[in-house]
Ligand binder design. Structure first.
Ligand SMILES: Cc1cc2nc3c(=O)[nH]c(=O)nc-3n(C[C@H](O)[C@H](O)[C@H](O)COP(=O)(O)OP(=O)(O)OC[C@H]3O[C@@H](n4cnc5c(N)ncnc54)[C@H](O)[C@@H]3O)c2cc1C
Length: 270
C-alpha cells in the first residue's frame, strides 16, 4: 500500500529521512513540516560577496565507520561529491590542534611520539595513564558522567583538561553533567565488554551499542528515557519513528544515519 509520510523538522535529520523516503516506490507523498523559514536546522552558511564562506553550525564530518560511509553515500547520491573539501591526515589543519588552558595555547601531540613525552599542559606522559587504565577494575554503574568515567579510568588530569574540552567542543556541554553511556557509547561498551577502554579500543568492544539554543544534552539516564519513548511508541503501535540529534548521537553523520534508519523503520530498506 502506498504511504503518505510526514516528516517533522527540516534539519539534516529530517532531510536525510526525506531523501531515503523519496527513494521508496511505496511512498506516494512526503510532507515536510518545518517551523522556521528555512531548512537545514543547525546547518547554516553565510556566503560573503568576496566568496568567503562562514559556517555558523557544523563545518566538518568524519568520514569514518559505517555512519561516515553512509554520509558519503548520500553525498554521492545527491551528486555533491565535487563540493567536498577534504582535510587529509597530513593537512596542516590536522597536525595543528591546540588547547587553551590557563591563559596559554598548547599544541596537542599529533603522532605516537607525543604520548610518550610530557607535553604541557599535562604533567606526565599520556602513555602512563593509558597503561594504568588496563589494570583498573571495571565500574558497576549503569551510567555515569563523562568526567567521572574518565577520572576513574584515566585520571583527573585527562578528565579536567582533555575530555572537558572535547565535551565543550563536540556537545557544547559540561562533561560533569553529560552521560558517558549516551555521549560516548564505544567507551562505555569497551569497559563493559573488555574491562578496559584501552583494550576495548584495541580489540573491539565485542558488541556495538547501537533545546533550541544548544545541541541536545545527553544527561545521565538519557538511554533509559529513550528506551521508554521507544517502548511507548511500540506499545501503542504508533506510526512514528524518531530521528535527529536528540536521540542517538549529535554528529552530522549520526543524524543522517538516524534519518535513514527512521525512514527504513517505516517503509523497509531503501
Ligand atoms: C555550532 C555547532 C557546530 C557543530 N559542528 C559540528 C561538526 O563540525 N560536525 C558534526 O558532525 N556535527 C556538528 N554539530 C552538530 C550537528 O550540526 C547537529 O547535531 C545536527 O545538525 C542536528 O541536526 P537535527 O536535524 O537533528 O536537528 P536541527 O538541526 O536542530 O534541526 C531541527 C529542525 O526542526 C525544526 N523544528 C523544531 N521544532 C519543530 C516543530 N515543532 N515543528 C516543525 N519544525 C520544527 C527546527 O526549526 C529545525 O529546522 C555542530 C552543532 C553546532 C550547533
Amino acid at each position: 500500500m502506498q504511504k503518505v509520510v510526514a516528516v517533522l523538522g527540516g534539519g539534516i535529520g529530517g532531510l536525510s529521512a526525506c531523501h531515503h523516503l523519496s527513494k521508496s516506490p511505496n511512498v506516494s507523498k512526503i510532507v515536510l513540516l518545518e517551523r522556521s523559514g528555512r531548512c537545514g536546522g543547525w546547518l547554516s552558511s553565510i556566503r560573503r560577496d568576496d566568496g568567503a564562506v562562514f559556517e555558523q553550525g557544523p563545518r566538518g564530518v568524519r568520514p569514518a565507520g559505517a555512519v561516515g560511509r553512509n554520509t558519503l553515500n548520500m553525498v554521492s547520491e545527491l551528486g555533491l561529491e565535487s563540493e567536498i573539501l577534504p582535510v587529509t591526515k597530513d593537512h596542516v589543519a590536522s597536525k595543528n590542534r591546540f588547547l587553551y588552558v590557563k591563559g596559554q595555547l598548547h599544541k596537542m601531540p599529533s603522532g605516537p611520539g607525543g604520548v610518550v613525552r610530557t607535553i604541557p599542559p599535562f604533567s606526565r606522559p599520556i602513555i602512563q595513564s593509558i597503561l594504568k587504565e588496563i589494570l583498573i577494575r571495571k565500574g558497576t554503574e549503569e551510567d555515569e558522567s563523562v568526567h567521572a568515567f574518565v577520572s576513574r579510568r584515566l585520571g583527573s588530569e585527562l578528565a579536567n583538561i582533555a575530555i572537558d574540552s572535547l565535551c565543550r567542543g563536540v556537545f557544547a556541554g559540561d562533561s560533569r553533567q553529560l552521560s558517558v553511556r549516551s555521549c560516548f557509547p564505544p567507551l562505555y561498551e569497551a569497559e563493559r565488554s573488555r574491562g578496559s577502554v584501552v583494550l576495548g579500543m584495541l580489540m573491539g568492544s565485542g558488541e556495538s551499542a547501537e533545546g533550541p539554543n544548544c545541541i541536545p544534552q545527553y544527561h545521565l539516564g538519557h538511554w533509559k528515557r529513550l528506551e521508554m519513548m521507544r517502548q511507548y511508541i511500540s506499545n501503542h503501535n504508533l506510526p512514528l519513528t524518531l530521528t535527529g540529534a536528540s536521540y542517538d548521537g549529535v554528529s552530522v553523520n549520526d543524524v543522517i544515519f538516524s534519518g535513514r534508519t527512521a525512514a527504513e523503520g517505516l517503509i523497509g530498506k531503501t
